[in-house]
Design a protein around this ligand. Sequence first.
Ligand code: ATR
Length: 286
Amino acid sequence: MTADLFEFSLVKKRFAVIGNPVAHSKSPEIHQIFAQQCNIVLDYQAIHVDHGGFAQALRNLQARGFAGINITVPYKQNAAEQVDSISKRARVANAVNTIKFEDDGSMYGDNTDGEGLLRDLEKNLCQSICDSKILVVGAGGAARGILEPILAAKPEMVAITNRTAKRGISISNEFLQYGPVSWQSFDQVSELSFDIVVNATSASLTGDIPNLPNQIFAPGSLAYDMGYGEQSTPFIIWAKKQGAARTANGLGMLVEQAASSFKLWHQVEPDTGAALLAICPNRMQS
Ligand code: ATR
């Protein structure tokens, strides 16, 4: 090994996204793009964690010297239970998507999902949230991360719907303290129309769509899938057929939330516009 390579292997910090499934994740690619932009050398892997093995996996990665971890489906709520200290927004969400392993051996948890979604909607897609009617579909860790930031942007109303009513009602009640949010069953949603419909379910991962009623899109509305894939997601295909004026997959949010994680770990702000263009040149068509 040359002196340069030896030095390189010593300083290369290690990061990962952990989840189940996780092989599809574009986070490794995004963090490498950011790293190149900022002249940082890092290793970033996607690591599959079996159900029941999350807490142990976290400890193993910490023991192996990883510097930070992103958490994806279905472990964001588990992650909130494992960290030693937590940001306010992650505590409100009760879900963590970013962990920093501190030098003193403790784990700090944050949630950058809401910031990522808002930046994508408002900056990349020029979609105003203020005074709009929003439907959030889903009641898991992904939905929890975006609800308070959406409500803080002063929408006219936010409806939450979910396949399992109990979980949807519970999350609606919990977030009522942050703004005008209400539970609506799939049937009740058919009485309403929305300016923004956010699919925060993990249904896309199995090629499914939530069983939503037709005709829920207001004129000029945006259908936003927090999921993504090489092709249009089933939700986006469905939304186009239902008359959504615009559609967007979750790659913009993914890049924006990754930038916030990157900043927490490296104290520098990467160029998200360039990264989004690199990973998805034709985003609005997909
Ligand atoms: P995440 O961290 O991605 O939110 P999660 O906590 O496991 O993962 O939550 C998954 C969400 O997607 C839930 O709202 C789930 O609905 P249930 O509460 O009824 O389980 C939703 N979901 C997953 N697959 C779905 C499908 N095929 N149709 C509708 N909703 C689905």
